[in-house]
Ligand binder design. Structure first.
Ligand SMILES: Nc1nc2c(ncn2[C@@H]2O[C@H](COP(=O)(O)OP(=O)(O)OP(=O)(O)O)[C@@H](O)[C@H]2O)c(=O)[nH]1
Ligand SMILES: [Mg+2]
Length: 348
């Protein structure tokens, strides 16, 4: 099933994840505004694209959107050539930088709403040690993501979880890779089939994966769901679907109490380990709200740097007042894609 997935990696963090995913035989395409960053990747040149006129974006999301807007037809052509028609795409990027954070939400909007593709996101949140600019970027980026109408699942990797980003990357790729091992564990007692995996991945909302050893317990699985590498759960007790490749003696009551209830469960038996895939979770708004507090605590400092930021701080108050990113236009037809109009909505 791996070959039905295309991973689009944007910016440096996206590129680092993509490099590891490539080693696990995923089909990956790399896009960056920085030629230097792309050159560090030991990957076939046909799988890399340097955005025209890009000199890196130095954490400036607006610059990233502007250069991607101008060069969109080439970016689209590159994606068609390098990945071709896939059943499903993931876009991988950090929310705290410029290039990946600026381009990925608008690209996801174009691919889903206008080009009819199924797209999920692999996002990375900055750690508390990261700069204010990284937090402002992440906040704006999550705002755009939360407004995407037709997006599928969103992984939210949290850099607060470990001191080493290399360890976080490795852990993510290890867990993500395990999703596609479901065929190894087909038995008459229970199967997870491709349609069920796709359903887990296609479901809108946050997605979380966790694993534990079979000699461990439901408690350990729960601890890993809550505290491993992903953003904290919203703790509203809602999961839409649970995929469970089960080796432990699963304690359903404890799981429901600690994590939540689900509409449906796809399950098989696994002799080697236990893997849980939770999809349709609420995005981690509490975590993002904490980021906002951090930004607002430094408001005076930020304003002393640039006056125009004042308006941006007003605009990012999306948790209390929902600011629509764009006007609804039900007349938009797929084939009449006006990329410039769409980018303009993200540049306002
Ligand atoms: N988990 C993880 N985080 C990373 C990695 N590389 C960078 N980051 C985080 O991502 C943020 C910076 O984003 P980058 O991906 O470097 O930015 P970019 O998309 O290349 O954008 P530019 O600003 O134009 O360079 C910071 O919060 C970093 O801590 C990585 O390999 N893994
Ligand atoms: Mg970069």
């Amino acid at each position: 099933m791996k070959n039905k997935i295309g991973v689009i990696c944007i910016g440096q963090a996206g590129g680092n994840l993509g490099f590891l995913l490539k080693k696990e035989n995923f089909d990956v395409a790399f896009i960056n505004s920085s030629k230097g960053d792309l050159d560090t990747l030991n990957i076939d040149e046909s799988k890399k694209y340097h955005i025209k006129d890009g000199l890196g974006c130095a954490k400036d999301r607006t610059t990233a959107k502007q250069i991607a807007q101008k060069d969109f037809s080439n970016i689209n052509e590159f994606l068609n050539k390098s990945l071709g028609e896939k059943e499903f795409y993931y876009i991988a990027f950090s929310t705290g930088g410029g290039t990946g954070s600026g381009i990925s939400p608008v690209l996801a909007d174009i691919l889903t709403t206008h080009l009819g593709k199924k797209v999920g996101l692999i996002t990375i949140l900055p750690s508390d040690k990261d700069t204010l600019q990284a937090h402002i970027n992440a906040y704006e980026c999550v705002q755009e993501i939360s407004n995407l109408k037709n997006i599928c699942s969103t992984f939210v990797v949290d850099n607060n979880r470990k001191n080493s980003i290399a360890q976080i990357n490795e852990k993510f790729v290890k867990l993500f890779n395990k999703i596609f091992d479901y065929k190894k564990y087909e038995t008459i007692k229970g199967n997870i089939d491709e349609a069920e995996i796709l359903k887990l991945l296609e479901t809108k909302g946050m997605i979380n994966i966790a694993s534990c050893k079979n000699e461990e317990t439901t408690n350990k699985l729960i601890e890993n769901i809550k505290n491993d590498i992903f953003a904290p759960l919203e703790n509203d007790g809602k999961i839409k679907y649970l995929g469970l490749s089960k080796g432990i003696n699963f304690d359903e009551a404890m799981f429901s109490k600690e994590i939540g209830k689900y509409l449906d469960k796809f399950e098989n038996t696994n002799k080697e380990y236990t893997l849980a895939i939770l999809s349709g979770l609420t995005l981690p708004f509490k975590r993002v709200k904490d980021m906002k507090e951090k930004i607002l605590a430094e408001k005076e400092t930020i304003l002393s740097f640039e006056k125009e930021t004042e308006q941006r701080l007003e605009d990012i108050d999306f948790l209390t007042k929902k600011v629509p990113i764009k006007e609804e236009n039900s007349n938009i037809e797929k084939q009449k894609l006006d990329v410039n109009d769409l980018f303009a909505q993200y540049l306002n």
